[in-house]
Structure formats: C-alpha cells, structure tokens
Design a protein around this ligand. Sequence first.
Ligand code: FAD
Length: 435
Amino acid sequence: MGMVSGCPLNNLCPEWNELVYKGRMEDAARRLLLTNCFPEFTSRVCPALCEKACTCGLYGDPVTVKENEYAIIESAYESGFMKPRIPKVRTGKKVAVIGSGPSGLAAALQLNRRGHSVTVYEREDRVGGLLMYGIPNMKLEKTVIDRRIALMEQEGVVFRTGVDVGKDISAEELQKQYDAVVLACGSSNPRNINASGRESKGIYYAVEFLKATTKSLINSNLSDGYYISAKYKNVIVIGGGDTGNDCVGTAIRHGCKSVIQLEMMPKLPDQRAENNPWPEWPRICKTDYGQEEAIAVFGHDPRIYQTTVKRFIPNEEGHLKAVETIKLQSVRDEKTGRMRMEEIPGSEQILEADLVLIAAGFLGAQSYVADAFGVNLNARTNVATETPDSYQTNVEKVFTAGDMHRGQSLVVWAIREGREAARAVDEYLMHYSNL
Ligand code: FAD
C-alpha cells in the first residue's frame, strides 16, 4: 500500500467551500484559519495533497481546494478581516522559538495567541526560513511573508534576527531566560556529490544559489552583484526534484545559455500505474514551472533521467568547464530483494558546464544547535522524540518541530508540526491545553 495523501492540517474544505458558496467569505476565512495558521503560504506553494485524495478526483476533476484557499485568505486580507488578534490575558510564561521557518512561525503564532510571551530567534537577516531564502520569489512573493510578520509583531511576538543560537547566544542562557524552548532550525545539511573535481570553482548547493538570488533581488533588484549569476552560462542542476526545478527556473531568469537537470531515477509514468490507485499520492511525471519554462525557451525538457555525475572537469584555473556523466540502470539486489541504481559501463558522456547546482536533498539537522542543547538525534540525524508524534526532546523544557524533527518535508507539514509542538509546550507549561 502506498502513501495515502490528504491534508496534514485536516483542512475541512467542504465546510469552507459551503461558506464561500453562500457568500460568507469571512466565516470561510474563520473556518480555514482554525486549522491552518498560514493559508497565504500553503495556497501558493503547497503541492495540495488534499486535491490528489479528493473524492471528486476519483472519476473527474478534484475540487480546486488550493485556489479556493487562496481566494478566501486574500479576500480576508483585502477586506480588513486579517487584523492582529492580541491576546487579552498574558500567562507570564516565556517561550523562545529558534528558527523562523513555517514550523517556528506556526509554533510562535499559537503560543502567543494562548498568552505566552514568545521571542523568535533567527540567524538570517530576514524572517521566514526557506519560505524567505529557499522558495524563489516567483513562487512566493516575499511581501506575503512580511505582511504576516507585521501582524504577528502587532500581536506581540518578538523577532530577533541575526542571532545564531549556539554561537551568538548560548543554549544555557536561553534555558535560563525562558520557561520553554522550541527548536525549529530546519534540515539544512545538503547532500553532497562525492565525485573527483568537486573542489572546482563554479559548483554550489542549490539553497546557496537560491538564497543569494532572493537576497540580492530584495535588496537591490539584482543590481548589487551579490549573487551567483547563471547569465550566459551552461548550467547543470543535479537532482530532479522540486528544489532542482526552482534552480532551473531561476537560472533561466538569470539568462543562462543552457540548462540541464540530471535525475538518477527513471522517468515516472504520465498516468497513474495500476498499483498506484486513488487516493494514494500519484507517482507520475510532473512537469513543473521551471521545466515548462525551459521547454518554452530552449525547446526541450531539461531533464535527463537515469544519469549521475562521474567527475567534474576543471580548466587550468580550476574553474569548472565540463561534467562527465554516466547512465544508470535499476537492478535487483540479490540479498535484500530491493532495486538499486547501478552504473552502465561505457555510457559516459561529457557535458559542457560553467555552473553546477547540487539539489540532491538534505541530510538532517545541523549538529551545532543539537549539541549546544544536548538533544539526542535519531538514525536519520533529525532531533529525536519518543514517538514521531511527540515533540519533547530528551532535555527538560526543550521541544522540536518541523524539518529539524521530521526531516526534509513540506511547508504544510512544518505548519502542522509547529501547531502540535505549541500544544505540547502549552500542556507542559499549563498542565492542559486548549490549542
Ligand atoms: P526552515 O524553513 O528550514 O527554517 C529553519 C530556520 O531556522 C531558518 O531560517 C534558519 O536560518 C534558522 N536557524 C537554523 N539554525 C539556527 C540557529 N542556530 N539560530 C537561529 N536560527 C537558526 N515545501 C512546500 O511545501 N512547497 C514548496 O514549493 C517548497 N519548495 C522548496 C524549495 C526549496 C529550494 C527547498 C529547499 C525546500 C522547499 N520546500 C517546499 C520545503 C519547505 O520549504 C520546508 O519543508 C519548510 O520550510 C521547513 O520548515 P521549517 O520551519 O522546519 O524549517
């Protein structure tokens, strides 16, 4: 049985759809916000697990849940319904949230609404985590984040940017100052490509590239030159997933000469296979905006499947000039019975490249924060909790949420984790919770 999709936030779309149908937009917003702290983010970036599992999608088209959510929340902002909701009573308890991605923001929003005094610490110069410095601006305009942060500030949440916890301020200091701490630092260790020539100049991790572009775009409309330019370059993106797609779209906007996206796995089918029925998550080939743009600009899909990098080839100055690739085939492992990808000898190919972007996934939490607080990690180097649905770490008053806890995931899961961690913290502080 494959993964059954559905909304991790238990969004009750039939209820708010009914309210929209009756023209009761504010009630629809009220209902939507009961389960989703940030519909303005999910309605822009969520892959909409709900639509894939929608009963209407069994024989026809699913309900356009994501579009409806967008319309409800944007009209709520336009009509002035989205006012700061300042808690009437303060509990006198203080909570520190480390990391301002969607999980940290959701935890902060919930805990503040409950009356606790919340301070969010963020090492970057701007709040938002990967919403701000991962997901490109064309997919999520950064003003949408600023609009929400302004509301949260008016509600009483304090944001302290440019503070790297574990370096600029110690874990002990925070544990002393606060009644509880939520670690929501993400899963930002990128998976490397260990091939010879890796030290060549011109090879970057995807998030380095995307972050620098967004920062320069907001600060100077790309005129300060503080970004990794793909202009006139032959670009190779390693990794066929969503992050790779964002790199393709960004490289095209920079004005790259060519772009190729390498994917180790075989191309997925265009339609659901028989063993992948509704309401499972459909394992089909998705052509996302970056790839669509590459097709429009260069006339072909940028993806090359069942291929990986064998070595990076630098010129005399040490700058990348080409990449040697090799084809892969899937073979069944005799011992485990599982399929794995194996190189096909003689299938090497040389591709010209001045810029390589590694989008090969992430490998868990950065250890300095976990070490500073003394929290245990699990086998996948995420912060360990007793069960996947509990949020308290092995250290008294220290909780965790989001990618740092469940591993690299989605915004909708980060929001759910932030909400649930907030509930766990509230129970810890008050001995019951109404969150
Ligand atoms: P993060 O968003 O990673 O935030 C963690 C924050 O903690 C960061 O701001 C970091 O600077 C801060 N931090 C870390 N350590 C410290 C410290 N010691 N002190 C202070 N601050 C610290 N998901 C979707 O649903 N849709 C998408 O379209 C999508 N696109 C993506 C595109 C890219 C390029 C990437 C990389 C991911 C994408 N994802 C997407 C996944 C999604 O962004 C993440 O799952 C989500 O942001 C995780 O939220 P988080 O709050 O757990 O962590």
